[in-house]
Design a binder for this molecule. Structure first.
Ligand code: OAD
Length: 256
């Protein structure tokens, strides 16, 4: 395991590494949206104690009985639609604006990085703010589709609509996979935020970065499956640590 300890010193070290790297990527997981009211998959409380994501979001179960899956999906959809970006999302948007952050690779399907202002967001697991017609492949903003009758049907061809997110048993979108690798290969550091790193292939992205020489910084209130291999582990909440990193980055760019 890399260094861990006094968080102020760790933040300073992380910022020095980011400045030295010039370009970084971030890999984010459900933990970054906890302060926006969206419960993580493997934490306590919220929707995921009521619904098992590996059942609700399993593609074969969905195809066999979309109406049943949609009862849970509708509730999830309503939480996501109301959620607003928090200080951690805004901090990543600022890092992009400052020219350090090349892209956010996110496992989240909530669209909150884009809502915070990040321009280059690689949606590794797709997005639930769009619905996809399984028959004609048209896509619709989920806000435009009524969920009064389930499953919702395509206004054009009456095919079943599915959230445009990657379900268990589905492939990662090829574009997201290749763009992530291209970006990681260009970066001297990687920021891994709020992921338990238990779901592949996303969990392997920081290992790919490290093999390519990137310095790996992790922010999480608890150790994850990656903590042993990261170079710097900052034990804390994303919404508290990331804004402090931005403050330090701003000070360091003022000093130039
Ligand atoms: P998990 O729910 O597995 O992990 C959430 C992580 O966030 C944990 O490591 C927590 O310690 C951490 N965490 C909690 N609160 C936090 C905070 N305030 N700040 C920072 N971190 C915090 O979520 P993911 O790793 O994103 O896949 O899950 C990966 C994938 O598993 C998801 O994308 C989803 C799921 O099955 C699909 O939908 C395909």
């Amino acid at each position: 395991m890399g260094r861990s300890g006094n968080y102020k010193e760790l933040i300073s070290e992380a910022v020095e590494r980011i400045v030295a790297a010039k370009k970084i990527t971030a890999l984010t997981g459900a933990g970054i949206s906890v302060a926006s009211g969206i419960m993580p998959f493997r934490g306590k409380g919220g929707l995921w104690e009521k619904y098992d994501p590996s059942e609700v979001a399993e593609i074969n179960r969905f195809l066999m009985n979309p109406g049943k899956s949609w009862i849970a999906l509708k509730e999830i959809q309503q939480v996501v639609e109301k959620a607003l970006p928090n200080a951690a999302h805004f901090a990543l948007a600022k890092m992009e604006e400052m020219g350090y952050l090349l892209s956010v690779i996110t496992q989240n399907v909530d669209g909150l990085h884009q809502a915070a202002g990040n321009k280059r967001v690689i949606e590794y697991h797709g997005n639930t703010i769009r619905l996809l017609c399984l028959k004609c492949h048209a896509k619709y903003p989920s806000k435009e589709i009524s969920l009064e009758t389930l499953p919702p049907l395509c206004p054009a061809c009456k095919g079943v609509l599915k959230p445009d997110a990657v379900f268990f048993g589905e492939m990662i979108p090829a574009d997201a996979q290749s763009q992530s690798l291209i970006d990681i290969m260009q970066c001297g550091a990687m920021l891994v935020v709020g992921t338990s790193a238990l779901v592949e292939p996303a969990a392997s992205l920081p290992r790919t970065g490290k093999r390519n020489g990137a310095f790996i910084i992790e922010v999480n209130p608890e150790p994850s499956a990656l903590t042993r291999m990261v170079d710097l582990f900052i034990e804390g909440k994303a919404e508290e640590i990331l804004p402090l990193m931005v403050d330090e980055l701003l000070k360091s760019s003022e000093g130039k």
